[in-house]
Ligand binder design. Structure first.
Ligand code: G16
Length: 543
């Protein structure tokens, strides 16, 4: 086995986005593309000589090939050991757990999350730091810098490593340790939750359906929900990870998980339903006759987490991304704990979790998690919900009704306009940015603008400053619209419009969302000129 140095040159566009580098698969499979990026990661972290890393991915097309390349480059860089999930599979939260539990120097996760997979779809790579969390901006900036100056990379000439058999083998001088991707994660869940209570709930006839969307959570959900907690075989569906996610879009929202929505709204609805995404960090929670918004889910979990043994001592604080609804703020206020507002991107929660300032975090984009790992965690959210229902004896719908009666309701929806012309979308937001100072006092679609600004974040732990994190327009009475461009898309630009209004009139707590938000939706269109600029008369996705 010989180490070779391959000459290369910088490839444009290797700037990590909201969560790592995501591109079309053929781009990632292009000459030197993956290798350049991996070498840039090694450079950014001061090399891998003598280090131990975790490696795994969501099983999408090219996952297996990319794993072999990354292993050969780790060996060429002098890494001591790489801990790999069997068949190069690891959910993102399971990878985060292994990085922490084994006290490694970080890990490489191969995933484009909820984006579709396949030869013509998306692939991605991200680096997680030794705390188990996504690399913060300071590290991703260094990675990007390195991609712009790279002249060569090192790789071992070797045969593929057998990643299907558990145990240790070597690649050059490096140990490759193939581990069961599920075992450590399942043990962590068992330590956090009252598995006996959940087992008793299920044994008592409580029915559930979990849709793994042909993605990585299939084996995890089967093991935990069916084998350990006793849900009947078949409760977990689409449980075998496939390279193209069964031709679907592994994004747990009412559009892409429509069969699940139809199920809970129909006559054969189970008591509880849930779905996760490509790499297992997102979640969607449903109950008989109800789809829970991610923002409401975060608020309910924060209000009731003490019912789970792992959180019995209460929460140190909570955090949400800025566009996430402010439902959790009301819970924090009632509990007398801090509530932090961060930019979009799980990486911004890392410092708060490490510093012990927040226990629970969540985002409108179907992500919820806690300080048990440093990623959002789909199955964790499902299990916390089940634990709460088992201990409270309430239904999902009853839990929400009670929550809204206590705290009021933040009606919420997000409208996405996908694959827009990038220059046009940027110009639309640039133009709006310029008009923000003139908006307060204006009456738009019957609502009076109270304030308007661009969100920037000063991290309270390390003092880092992140500017340009979304345009906000607040209305009198508590309604709000936020505009920003997605940092995870791979085609053109995706405009996200986040719409929210607060209602505490007990008679209006169960109204249709689109009805309550109708004038806020109209105001958003008028403020940004969405229809005029994009030529679209409706969003592509509403969550
Ligand atoms: C990633 C990030 C999340 C973010 C989401 C959407 O999630 O980890 O923090 O909220 O993207 O980001 P954007 O609005 O920029 O597209 P995932 O599940 O894709 O890794």
């Amino acid at each position: 086995m010989q180490k070779i140095t391959v000459e290369t040159r910088p490839i444009e566009g290797q700037k990590p986005g909201t969560s790592g580098l995501r591109k079309k698969t053929p781009v990632f499979m292009g000459p030197h593309y993956l290798e350049n990026f991996v070498q840039a990661i090694w450079t950014a972290i001061g090399g891998v000589a003598g280090k131990t890393l975790v490696l795994g991915g969501d099983g999408r097309y090219f996952n297996d090939r990319a794993a072999q390349v990354i292993l050969r480059m780790a060996a060429a860089g002098g890494a001591a050991r790489v801990i790999v999930g069997q068949n190069a599979l690891l959910s993102t939260p399971a990878a985060s757990n292994l990085i922490r539990k084994r006290k490694t120097d970080g890990g490489v996760i191969m995933s484009a999350s909820h984006n579709p997979g396949g030869p013509d779809e998306d692939f991605g790579v991200k680096f997680n730091t030794p705390n188990g969390g996504p690399a913060p901006e300071e590290v991703t900036n260094r990675i990007f810098e390195a991609t712009t100056t790279i002249t060569s990379y090192d790789i071992l000439e070797a045969q593929d490593v057998d990643l299907s058999t558990l145990g240790e083998t070597t690649l050059g001088d490096m140990v490759v340790e193939v581990v069961d991707p599920v075992a450590d994660y399942a043990a962590l869940m068992e330590a956090l939750f009252d598995f006996d209570a959940i087992r008793a709930l299920i044994a008592g006839g409580f029915t559930l359906r979990f849709d793994a969307m042909h993605a990585v959570t299939g084996p995890y959900a089967k093991a935990i929900l069916e084998d350990i907690l006793g849900a009947p075989a078949g409760s977990v569906v689409n449980a075998v990870p496939s390279p193209d996610f069964g031709g679907g879009h592994p994004d747990p929202n009412p559009i892409w998980a429509k069969p699940l929505v139809d199920l809970v709204m129909g006559p054969d609805a189970p008591d509880f339903a849930a779905a996760s995404d490509g790499d297992g960090d997102r979640n969607m929670i449903l109950g008989r006759g109800i789809v829970v918004t991610p923002s409401d889910s975060l608020a309910v979990l924060a209000a009731n987490a003490h019912l789970a043994p792992g959180y019995a001592d209460g929460l140190k604080g909570v955090a949400r991304s800025m566009p996430t609804s402010r439902a959790v703020d009301r819970v924090a206020e009632a509990k007398g704990i801090d509530c932090y507002e961060t930019p979009t991107g799980w990486k911004f929660f890392g410092n708060l979790l490490d510093a012990g300032r927040a226990t629970l975090c969540g985002e409108e984009s179907a992500g919820t998690g806690s300080d048990h790992v440093r990623e959002k965690d789909g199955l964790w959210a499902v299990l916390l919900w089940l634990n709460i229902l088992a201990r409270s004896g309430k239904s999902v719908a009853g839990t929400l009704s009670d929550h809204w009666q206590t705290f009021g309701r933040n009606y919420y929806t997000r409208h996405d306009y996908e694959a827009l012309d990038k220059a046009m979308a940027e110009a639309m937001l640039d133009d709006l940015r310029g008009r923000l100072p003139g908006l307060p006092g204006q009456v738009i679609a019957g609502r009076t603008v109270e304030s308007a600004d661009e969100f920037a974040y000063d991290d309270p732990v390390d003092g880092s400053h992140s500017a340009g994190q979304g345009l906000r327009v607040h209305f009198q009475g508590g309604a709000r619209v936020v505009f920003r461009l997605s940092g995870t898309g791979t085609v053109g630009a995706t405009l996200r419009v986040y719409l929210e209004d607060f209602v505490d009139d007990p008679a209006r707590l169960e109204a249709p969302v689109e009805e309550v938000l109708a004038d806020i939706i109209a105001a958003a269109d008028e403020i940004a000129g969405i229809r005029n600029r994009t030529g679209r008369d409706a969003p592509d996705v509403k969550t």
